[in-house]
Design a protein around this ligand. Structure first.
Ligand code: NAP
Length: 273
């Protein structure tokens, strides 16, 4: 019997797409999720998920950029190798010091490894943390003119599936970006163009953002993470395009405008202003 491929975060934005693609190819998949007993915060649950798997796709929760992620991912990778899981594919983040430390831990595990080092996702706007703001009619964030090469999670999923199924990708770090640099205001404008909405964008002053975080119900560790993402990771260090999608798949990445058209057609922003 063919051993299953473990997808940690198998119900998440990238994991669910990876699972769908593998299943469509007739490959056996095992979902790593709290629903199936896997919990990042309880190491006692890890072995049951890993045991008997051929390979694993690792998405770390809550965020690969958060302090301590590297040690935790390293511990999981080491356990995986000791249990005979041969290949590990890690979803990482671009220009994030803790994520790059996690990559080193993965590499040190002795597994056949591939790293999908992604920029910010298009799907943050229709499935992730920016959706509520879009629906409220205003995206207000502490960013101004910095441009981000938003990447589509469908492209990430295609790269991850390739890495899980083809030895050609072993030992590769794929920097995954979209084909265009956009400011957050540009991204909102693309959404308006596609969905016929009039969502605004406002640069929120840093003090207002910190004040909002302090008074929000966002847990402290996530608040700290958001502060770091917006003040450190969005300092312009990621204002460049990378060729990871083309190198891995031999095709161009999907443009934000195409993502916005598809999401609008699905009704993602129907309730927006
Ligand atoms: N968003 C971006 O722009 C971006 C960019 C680069 C990298 N990343 C990285 O992408 C990763 C997230 O991947 P994603 O967006 O595909 O996933 P996601 O949509 O954020 O889903 C994460 C999954 O984690 C699971 N989860 C929650 N608490 C958990 C726990 N205690 N133990 C185990 N699982 C838990 C949830 O599944 P269940 O409810 O089924 O347990 C959820 O489906 C993060 O590490 C992030 O740093 C994100």
């Amino acid at each position: 019997m063919t051993k299953p491929i473990l997808i940690i975060g198998g119900r998440g934005k990238t994991g669910s797409r990876v699972a769908d693609r593998l299943e469509a190819r007739g490959l056996p998949v095992r979902l790593g999720s709290r629903a199936t007993g896997f919990d990042w915060t309880d190491r006692g649950t890890w072995a049951a998920a890993l045991e008997g798997a051929a390979s694993a796709y690792i998405t770390y929760y809550p965020d690969i950029a958060i302090k301590g992620a590297a040690e935790t991912v390293g511990a999981l990778a080491e356990l995986a190798v000791s249990l005979g899981v041969k290949r590990l594919v890690l979803l990482s983040g671009r220009g994030e010091p803790e994520a790059q430390r996690a990559e080193q831990q993965l590499i040190a595990s002795g597994a056949e490894w591939t790293i999908a080092r992604a920029s910010w996702f298009n799907q943050n706007f229709d499935e992730g943390q920016f959706l509520d703001m879009v629906l409220s009619g205003e995206v207000a964030l502490p960013v101004d003119k910095v441009r981000e090469p938003f990447v589509d999670v469908d492209d990430i999923a295609d790269v991850v599936v390739a890495a899980l199924t083809d030895t050609r990708h072993v030992g590769e770090i794929y920097e995954l970006t979209g084909p265009r640099l956009l400011t957050f205001a540009d991204a909102v404008a693309e959404i308006n163009r596609a969905a016929g909405t009039t969502v605004g964008f406002r640069t929120m002053p840093a003090h207002e953002f910190l004040d909002w975080l302090a008074h929000s119900e966002v847990p402290d560790e996530i608040a700290g993470l958001l502060e770091e993402l917006f003040s450190v990771v969005l300092d312009g260090r990621n204002e460049s395009l990378a060729d990871g999608v083309e190198r891995a798949l031999g095709r161009q990445p999907k443009d934000f405008a195409d993502f916005a058209r598809h999401a609008a057609a699905k009704g993602a922003w129907r309730q927006a202003a």
